[in-house]
Design a protein around this ligand. Structure first.
Ligand SMILES: [Zn+2]
Length: 127
């Protein structure tokens, strides 16, 4: 194995980096710091996704009040508050289109070559 020397992000001491351990040395305090940094990162990502998810849900609920599906321009939709990353999980339909799941709704982002624009189709799904 090739060992490279690097400086620990926490204590600044030099240590031999191994695969999967490049930023923090094996010292227990530094491993604790590493764990805390990772959890903070996941928490932040999770919170952003949750905010996007809730925002999307409210937006879809409003738009699909009178219809089961609707296609809207991506940019206009973003202005209304649509967040492309606000979903949990995705499914593929019979035509291999990917639908991102937002509770009772799903959306699919696609590019239309005819007018060279991006659109979003949202639809109500039965769960
Ligand atoms: Zn260290």
């Amino acid at each position: 194995m090739l060992l490279t020397l690097t400086h620990c992000k926490h204590c600044r001491r030099e240590f031999a980096a191994t695969h999967g351990n490049r930023d923090y040395c094996p010292n227990s305090n530094c491993q604790k710091a590493k764990k805390a940094a990772t959890q903070k990162k996941y928490y932040r990502v999770g919170k952003d996704v949750l905010q996007g998810f809730v925002g999307n849900y409210r937006l879809f609920e409003d738009i699909l009040r009178k219809a089961d599906s609707k296609t809207v321009g991506f940019l206009d939709f973003q202005i209304q508050g649509f967040d492309q990353n606000g979903f949990y999980g995705s499914i593929k339909d019979e035509t291999q289109k990917e639908w991102c799941l937002v509770k009772d709704f799903a959306f699919h982002v696609f590019h239309r070559t005819a007018d060279n624009k991006t659109y979003v189709t949202i639809k109500r799904i039965s769960t």
